[in-house]
Structures are given as structure tokens and as C-alpha cells.
Design a protein around this ligand. Structure first.
Ligand SMILES: CC(C)(COP(=O)(O)OP(=O)(O)OC[C@H]1O[C@@H](n2cnc3c(N)ncnc32)[C@H](O)[C@@H]1OP(=O)(O)O)[C@@H](O)C(=O)NCCC(=O)NCCS
Length: 292
């Protein structure tokens, strides 16, 4: 310890998200290898109606946000201290500075919990144990558990037989490239605007339709490298659409060079387990603390 970093020394750096923060995130976020550097940039392009900041110190960065629809609740979206600078008080100072910023914006509570639809994780991965210890030592309460599932992409992802079967039932499946507006409208109508935002910003989006009516969708890459969300309209469930749409996305992710895919913030354990043999793996603790 000994090295205290005062909030006054932290600077809100608008360029931090793409520059310094990426390097620190890449070095510190070892459970997110390959994608950590992209997370600050991802968080710096949130939906309209969200206020956010990135606060930096030498070797450390924290990002925080709050949504105008739920202004009482502030989120600490990303926290990272370079391994060479850890254990010297920077993490603690950064969280305190983020809390101060959130309180200044009117938040009454701070959370280590994903702020959907634009988030890095649902909460603190339990294996980022130092971060969980930090949250607890700062008085945060663990109030919820969330998890991802991992799909091994070396499994058989072919859908030719199912596509033929669906076609006989009048259903066709498409990559939603030119049709994104129609698909996102479908997602918003059946679910909510958060999922619609994720569908709109997905790297890949597939949908099924019959007689010009969309029946289901699946998306990946809105949260960089993760799968989701997906959904089938209630009256089209049981046709096998979900499994086909899921495998179409996972095949895209494999083609993009991924060996595994994270199915984020699940969700129907049994569906993913049966459809592609996915296993529950990353577990996240969600923390909250009332701000004075
Ligand atoms: C979590 C992290 C940001 C902490 O930053 P830091 O600058 O090392 O933390 P500090 O020096 O301010 O330590 C503050 C508290 O954090 C906790 N902590 C820090 N290092 C720890 C360790 N190795 N083991 C357990 N707890 C630890 C302790 O509670 C510590 O206070 P205490 O020693 O008085 O109990 C840093 O370890 C990190 O970047 N880890 C990898 C990325 C990460 O986990 N990010 C969060 C993702 S949700």
C-alpha cells in the first residue's frame, strides 16, 4: 500500500477509452483475453440516454455510467489496474472516484452489475477475486448471481436438415444484413428496447420468417465476442427455430476465428445445454452499495 491516489489526481480523459484504457484492460483483464482491449471502446458507445465517464490514473482506469431511465442506479462498468501497479491503492481510489462521479450525477446507489444493453460483464467474474474482495472491503453487498455458458465451437453446427424441414413448413432463415430495421422492430415488439439495441449493434444477426412475418432471431457480437440475445415469438416456439438460429450464429463466430463462444447472461440453461452442449461456466457476483 502506501501509494494513495487522490480523486483530484484522476482525470476524466475523453480519449482514454480508446487509448490508455485499452492497454490497461488488455494487461489486467486476463479472463477476457483477445477482447479486453475492445471493452473500453465498447462501453464508450452506449445507447442514447446514458451518461458515462472514464477516469484514469497512472496504470489504472475505471468506467462508470448511469441511464436517464433509472438515474438512481449508477454502474461501475469496468475497473482495471495494470498488473505492475496493483496492490498499491489505485483500485480503491478509482472506485471511490467513480462513486463520487455517480453521486454527482444524482445516483443513490452504485453497482458492480452490467448496465444493459451495453456492458462488459453481468457483474464481477468470481475469478477476478481481487475485484470481489475490493468491492466487499468497500462495503458492497453481494445481491445476485449471474452466469454465462460456454459453447465449444468444434461441435457439429450444420443446420441443412433442419432448414429443409423448416422450408417444407414454409419457414425460411436469413442473415438479417439488409433487414436489420425489420428485425430490430420485431425484437422491440416482443421483448424490449435493450434487446433491440443489441440486435441493432450485433456483429451478426439471423432471423426466421414465414409469409413475410418474422418468427425468431438470434444475434452475436453486440457485447464483443459473446452470443446473444435470441428469441422466438411465443406462437412459433416448438418448431426448432431457436436451435437453428443459435447454430447459425455460432457458425459465424467460428468463422470469425473463435474456438468457443460465451452465451452471455443466461437464461435458459436447458435449452443451450441440449441445443449445442453448452456448459455453465463463468459466474458473476453482482454487488451494490448505497451512496451516502
Ligand atoms: C481488482 C483491481 C482493479 C484492484 O486494483 P488494485 O489497485 O490492485 O487494488 P488496491 O491496491 O486499491 O486494493 C484495494 C483492495 O482490493 C482488494 N485486493 C487487491 N488486490 C488483492 C488481491 N491480490 N487479493 C485479494 N484482494 C485484493 C483488497 O480488498 C484491497 O484492500 P485491502 O488489502 O485493504 O483489503 C486489480 O486487481 C485488477 O485490475 N484486477 C484485474 C482486473 C479486474 O479484476 N477487474 C475487475 C473486473 S469486474
Amino acid at each position: 500500500m502506501g501509494h494513495a491516489v487522490r480523486a483530484a489526481e484522476l482525470e476524466a480523459a475523453s480519449g482514454v477509452a480508446s487509448g490508455i484504457a485499452s492497454g490497461i484492460a488488455e494487461a489486467a483483464l486476463t479472463l477476457d483475453a483477445g477482447v479486453a482491449a475492445a471493452l473500453p471502446g465498447h462501453l464508450s458507445r452506449p445507447p442514447a440516454g446514458r451518461r458515462w465517464t472514464a477516469l484514469a490514473t497512472d496504470g489504472g482506469v475505471v468506467m462508470a455510467s448511469l441511464s436517464e431511465k433509472d438515474p438512481d442506479v449508477g454502474h461501475i462498468d469496468l475497473l482495471a489496474v495494470h498488473p505492475s501497479a496493483q496492490g498499491q491503492g489505485r483500485g480503491r481510489a478509482l472506485v471511490r472516484a467513480a462513486e463520487e462521479w455517480l453521486a454527482g450525477q444524482g445516483a443513490r446507489q452504485a453497482r458492480f452489475a452490467g448496465n444493459p444493453p451495453c456492458y462488459a460483464w453481468p457483474g464481477i467474474d468470481v475469478r477476478y477475486t481481487a475485484a470481489a474482495c475490493l468491492a466487499e472491503s468497500l462495503g458492497y453487498e453481494r445481491y445476485h448471481v449471474a452466469w454465462n455458458m460456454t459453447a465449444d465451437l468444434s461441435v457439429d453446427l450444420s443446420v441443412a436438415d433442419e432448414l429443409a424441414r423448416l422450408e417444407r413448413a414454409g419457414v425460411t432463415v436469413h442473415a438479417a444484413d439488409g433487414d436489420r430495421g425489420r428485425v430490430t422492430a420485431f425484437v422491440e415488439e416482443h421483448w424490449n428496447e435493450r434487446w433491440a439495441w443489441e440486435a441493432e449493434h450485433a456483429a451478426g444477426l439471423h432471423h426466421a420468417e414465414r409469409d413475410g412475418r418474422i418468427l425468431g432471431f438470434a444475434a452475436w457480437g453486440s457485447r464483443p465476442s459473446w452470443f446473444g440475445p435470441m428469441g422466438t415469438a411465443p406462437d412459433a416456439r416448438g418448431l426448432g427455430l431457436g436451435g437453428v438460429l443459435l447454430r447459425r450464429c455460432l457458425a459465424d463466430q467460428r468463422a470469425a476465428g473463435q474456438a468457443t463462444a460465451q452465451i452471455g447472461w443466461v437464461g435458459p440453461l436447458r435449452f443451450y445445454s441440449r441445443a449445442v452442449g453448452a456448459r455453465a461456466e463463468r459466474v458473476f457476483w453482482l454487488y451494490r452499495r448505497d451512496l451516502a
